[in-house]
Design a binder for this molecule. Structure first.
Ligand SMILES: Nc1ncnc2c1ncn2[C@@H]1O[C@H](COP(=O)(O)OP(=O)(O)OP(=O)(O)O)[C@@H](O)[C@H]1O
Length: 617
């Protein structure tokens, strides 16, 4: 038994050139627009607060210097007067106290606005991601790359626009602070300003480089992380718990989960060590610059070029200026990182979807029914056709049964008829009009379908039935009618809250149904489409007992008088009732006719029928 997950592909190193670096910033305007559209008020408030928090520290430093100078002057004045003279000291202390209180208020207001914006923006981006998911086709959902994008976007990208705004704000704040510090420091020496700015650059370059690598790592590990998420689901969710326990799969699955971690950890560790190692080394340049400036300012004070107050001011300004440079440059490299992650969101949101579909709500030959003309279909990524040379005609009032081995192509045929996929060759017509030209809504209203892997929604019983026709999702009388036809009403009446009983175990008081009961719910769901004139049932009764099945088909036949009924079944007792039966083998129709003619033909159908009939004797 292998606990090791399959090996991962090699990690690609990112392109670290300047043009690559700058190109990454292309998402910034879009993200800022998104934030603006989410809440202009909060964004403006953040802008103003940022400006204020950029200016306040320099003001505090300036007032601090005035206090020192005022104290020195007051000491001299007191000595001369022989009595304490306080001069302007207390006034400056009061002003500094006020400024510090305002700084605290501004910082609170900033984090408050950020928190509110983060909540609103998170919701907005999640809705955008889900809205896009609603426009995707079935093929997209079967594409693992799309899943990767979707997972990455949901995991990371939803917090990035706000982070981008916050970092832009930090950048702005640092720039304003630097300007004000710079203005103060040039009075000492413009060279000091140059030292201040240059000392932060090496650390910045390293940080940007490592952000790129971290993103590449995130992308690279995303299929493996998705597998980990999947394993978490399998190990810790009720629908898998039964098999996981009985087959003793737990340790194997957990082993795999750990194995993936081991594979990922090596690369993560390498990056973190390099990132922090370089960060420390290059950070030392900043320390060196500060103490160089310290010595310089101290010597200038001793030489009497500047006052003691000015010395504290310049040292303060230099120290704060350094942290402004560091945080400004960190904001730029953070913005770079945010943009990288945003690329996953926009890549996902820009997934191309099929161009606008048809708009017809009626066909030219209303009594023509359904026609398949030379239809072939190959699943994306597959080489073998799942269906080929399919030619069929079903008129209103007729029933068609499709039989064939597992994997023969029966369900695929239904997926094409319901336009979940488009034929790779040939065409399908309804009322004489190609399905592609039909308005998707009008087409869906015409077809009621229930697949063998129907969804089991953890919603109310009635809603599970109502899902069959969203216009009547909450319509209890319609649920009841549909449940009568789908044979569900008898057992639903026995449930604690009848149609309002919660199904599934994820929610309070949720009830679980048996396989056959679920199938009755699904069947009722198909009967919700009372306006549909094509009803397709893909193995609808496989889990039902024989009595229920016979009754379902009596209902079905009564209902179908002038409609088209298409049925996939492995039970020949049901199949034999159909007007037309087609046998599909390896994607092709190999026999067709009614029960009697197919029996006379003595081919596959006759053999399978006799085999099953013998089983019942
Ligand atoms: N989404 C898919 N992507 C790729 N191949 C698929 C997909 N669904 C089905 N196939 C392949 O297409 C072929 C036909 O599958 P289909 O589901 O139509 O068979 P079926 O006749 O309905 O089988 P069963 O009786 O087991 O339900 C199979 O070989 C299957 O592996």
């Amino acid at each position: 038994m292998s606990l090791r997950p399959p090996p991962l592909p090699k990690l690609q190193r990112p392109d670290t050139g300047l043009s690559g670096f700058l190109r990454v910033f292309r998402y910034t305007p879009r993200a800022l627009r998104l934030v603006w559209e989410t809440s202009p008020f909060l964004l403006i408030a953040l802008g103003l607060l940022t400006l204020a928090s950029g200016l306040l520290p320099a003001a505090v430093a300036y007032v601090g210097a005035r206090i020192v100078d005022a104290v020195v002057a007051a000491i001299a004045a007191s000595k001369a007067a022989g009595t304490p003279v306080y001069g302007e000291v207390l006034r400056w202390v009061l002003i500094e106290g006020l400024l510090v209180a305002i700084t605290a208020g501004v910082s609170r207001a900033t984090s408050l606005s950020q928190a509110l914006l983060r909540i609103q923006l998170g919701q907005r981006i999640n809705v955008m991601i889900l809205e896009k998911a609603l426009t995707l086709e079935l093929t997209h959902f079967e594409d693992s790359e799309l899943y990767d994008k979707l997972t990455r976007a949901r995991r990371e990208a939803s917090v990035r626009p706000l982070s981008l705004v916050m970092r832009s704000a930090t950048l702005m704040q640092s720039a304003v602070a630097l300007l004000s510090y710079g203005a103060l420091l040039t009075q000492f020496s413009p060279w000091a300003v140059a030292v201040l700015l240059l000392a932060g650059v090496p650390a910045f370059i390293a940080e940007a480089k490592f952000s790129g690598e971290a993103f590449q790592l995130f992308r690279w590990r995303s299929p493996a992380s998705r597998m980990q998420m999947y394993l978490e689901t399998v190990i810790a969710r009720e629908d898998h718990a039964k098999e996981v326990q009985l087959f003793g799969l737990g340790p194997m699955l957990l082993g795999r989960y750990k194995g993936i971690f081991d594979q990922l950890y090596g690369e993560e560790r390498r990056l973190v060590i390099r990132r922090d190692g370089w960060g420390f080394g290059l950070g030392l340049i900043g320390v060196l610059a500060f103490y160089g400036a310290y010595a310089w300012v101290a010597l200038a004070t001793i030489a009497g070029r500047i006052t003691l107050g000015a010395m504290t001011l310049y040292l303060n300004v230099f120290r704060n200026g350094q942290s402004a440079v560091t945080s400004g440059l960190a904001a730029v490299s953070g913005m770079y990182e945010d943009n990288l992650y945003l690329s996953t969101l926009y890549e996902y949101l820009e997934t191309p979807v099929a161009p606008a579909q048809g708009s017809a709500t009626q066909g030219p030959l209303p009594q023509d029914g359904v026609r398949f003309e030379n239809v072939a279909f190959v699943y994306p990524g597959s080489r073998e056709p799942a269906l080929q040379d399919i030619t069929l005609h079903i008129r209103p009032g007729q029933s068609l049964a499709i039989v064939g081995e597992n994997g023969a192509g029966k369900t695929t045929l239904i997926k094409l008829l319901t336009r979940l996929y488009t034929p790779t060759q040939g065409r399908i017509l309804l009322d004489g009009l190609d399905l592609q030209d039909w308005d998707p809504q009008a087409l869906r209203a015409r077809v009621g379908v229930i697949f063998q892997d129907f969804a089991r929604y953890q919603l109310l019983v009635g809603e599970n039935i109502g899902a069959g026709d969203v216009r009547h999702f909450n319509d209890e009388p319609r649920w009841q009618q549909a449940a009568e036809m789908g044979m569900a009403s008898a057992f639903v009446k026995g449930l604690p809250a009848q149609y309002r009983t919660q199904l599934g175990k994820w929610f309070r008081d949720g009830r679980e149904l048996s396989g056959g009961q679920w199938q009755k719910i699904a069947l009722s769901r198909a009967f919700m489409r009372s306006g549909a004139d094509i009803l397709v049932l893909d193995e609808p009764t496989s889990a039902m007992d024989a009595g229920a099945e016979a009754e379902v088909f009596t209902h079905f036949r009564q209902l179908m008088q002038s409609r088209i009924a298409i049925l996939i079944s492995h039970r020949f007792s049901t199949v034999r009732m159909a007007d037309q039966i087609v046998v599909i083998d390896k994607g092709r129709i190999v026999e067709r006719g009614d029960h009697a003619s197919l029996m006379r033909e003595n081919g596959i159908y006759a053999q399978l029928f006799s085999l099953q009939a013998r089983g019942y004797q």
